[in-house]
Design a binder for this molecule. Structure first.
Ligand SMILES: [Zn+2]
Length: 134
């Protein structure tokens, strides 16, 4: 488990800094996540291939969804354990639930319903080995 700094942005308010407790995905886990996504959606594409009429729509649909899901899985670097940041708009604490931190992560403030963009404070922490605490 490591602690990373995040920035919370909205288009009109001052940026806020918060912390996330995360676990970094290992390379092998990222590959596994990609393969699982491909297996699920391409499996569905394969099954729907045998449904008359609907196969025309469903097979390419699941094929494309599978590609997008796999690309998403490729971008996921951290598993969120917990964390919080002040809402840039109303300063209410936004708490993070367990989940995956995506590249263009967004959360909605429960108090003012502002959509807050979350970004890593240091966008390339893996480039500097000293900053990895694990
Ligand atoms: Zn708010």
């Amino acid at each position: 488990m490591e602690q990373i700094l995040i920035r919370a942005n909205t288009p009109s308010d001052e940026q806020q800094t918060g912390t996330l407790h995360v676990r970094r995905f290992l390379k092998i886990e990222i590959v596994k996540n990609i393969l699982i996504k491909l297996l699920i959606f391409w499996g569905l594409a394969f099954v729907t291939f045998f449904i008359p009429v609907y196969d025309v729509f469903l097979t390419p649909l699941f094929f494309v969804i599978g590609l997008y899901q796999a690309l998403d899985a490729e971008k996921a670097r951290f598993k969120i354990h917990h964390g919080q940041v002040a809402c840039p708009h109303c300063k209410e604490n936004i708490k993070f639930k367990r989940g995956i931190l995506y590249e263009d992560h967004e959360v909605v403030c429960q108090k003012c319903t502002t959509v807050v963009k979350i970004a890593l404070k240091d966008p390339y922490p893996e480039r500097d080995g000293r900053k990895i605490l694990t």
